[in-house]
Design a binder for this molecule. Sequence first.
Ligand SMILES: Cc1cc2nc3c(=O)[nH]c(=O)nc-3n(C[C@H](O)[C@H](O)[C@H](O)COP(=O)(O)OP(=O)(O)OC[C@H]3O[C@@H](n4cnc5c(N)ncnc54)[C@H](O)[C@@H]3O)c2cc1C
Length: 414
Amino acid sequence: MNTDVLVVGGGIAGITAAVEAAEIGYNVTLVEKNFYLGGRVVQFYKYFPKLCPPQCGLEILLRRAKNLRNLTIYTGAEVKNVSKGGSDYTAEITLSPRFVNDRCTSCGKCVEACDVSRENDFNFGMDTTKAIYLPHQYAFPNRYVIDQRNCKGVECSKCVEACAYGAIDLTEKGKNITIDARAVIISTGWKQYDAEKIHYLGFGKFKNVVTNLMMERIASPNGPFSGRIVRRSDGKEPKSVAFVQCAGSRDENNLKYCSQVCCLATIKQANYLKTLYPEIKIQIFYIDLRAYGIYEHFLKRLESDRSVEFIRGKVSKIDELGNDNLLVQAEDTLSGTKVGREVEFVVLATGMEPSSVASGIKGVSYDENGFVSDDGLFSCGVAHKVGDVSQSNQDAEAATLSAIQLLRNSGVRK
Ligand SMILES: Cc1cc2nc3c(=O)[nH]c(=O)nc-3n(C[C@H](O)[C@H](O)[C@H](O)COP(=O)(O)OP(=O)(O)OC[C@H]3O[C@@H](n4cnc5c(N)ncnc54)[C@H](O)[C@@H]3O)c2cc1C
């Protein structure tokens, strides 16, 4: 297969790059590892600056994508290797079987028939789905998937019998394909920093210590608790919550850099809590709070709220108390004293780590932190550098322009 531009990763940056290049007239192929497009953004409850649900911005982008006949989209497809030969690149891609074809109408009869459960990775294992499941409510494409690690296979076939459209094929096999491209844009994004590596913060040990990305799912109406922000240990609404900033970030032993968005994510999430529970007490432990540009007012508004306590100090330890409450300890660097606060729930503001750290693509060069160092290839979004959605989109447009310049210089004009 041949394409003018190959975009690797269908998060917000990758979709933007693919749509922009295709709207100019180039043949574009977008390859996404998940069975749906949208990347991390679709896991948010709301996103700043407007605090609207992610479907808002994505809907327009996906509508543009759907209208483009010169844009080919693969989901459930992981790029494993990119190599250069002459003026073209060749990408090796593994297609995972979905077991459900495009005759699926998302009627849900298959789910009713299925009697096997799996951990819901979209909600970080905080709930379960059936082995046949819709990745999330607004998934694009809006089509079911079977988790082959849990499915009982052809000897069960209850979902096949329940499907009136013949959309399920339990014998489908995965395959490997190659695509030749004149230009490649890498937009493979990020994953949350593994909070278990910061052992003194108790993540993985104490159920009521969660990460900021888990908090997005907890707050979402289509999340594990239907939008009620509750403790994982007992389902109770918390009366006090601590946010731990720079959890693993700006730390020689963990993530060396600042992810730029974690302070804003905390301000946003404090907002979720205040809206739901106006009486809640919030403590924010920080080194310094970073709200750049237009986001300054966001921070100022929270700072003026008397029920929010800002403690300048890096958290040194979190312990669990008998009642599932947590004791958060830090040194207050303004007063020079040790402080401890008992709270009912803790959110760790973990940073963004390039997804290449877990599974880098062979043939792509990465810097010491795992960000793509453009080495003939183009990159955008958090695969390239940390940033929010609007920065990632601007970056995607810049990468598209560079890719188009390369194509035009080699005589491919539209
Ligand atoms: C807690 C938190 C809250 C945030 N809230 C906001 C907010 O409210 N507003 C805002 O503007 N920003 C927010 N951000 C930042 C925002 O998440 C990023 O700017 C955005 O996700 C960047 O998009 P992306 O497309 O670069 O990456 P991603 O969203 O990570 O998308 C990358 C895609 O590439 C795919 N991929 C990876 N490897 C491969 C491969 N080898 N082959 C094929 N596909 C692959 C992945 O599956 C994924 O779908 C927040 C960040 C955090 C940590």
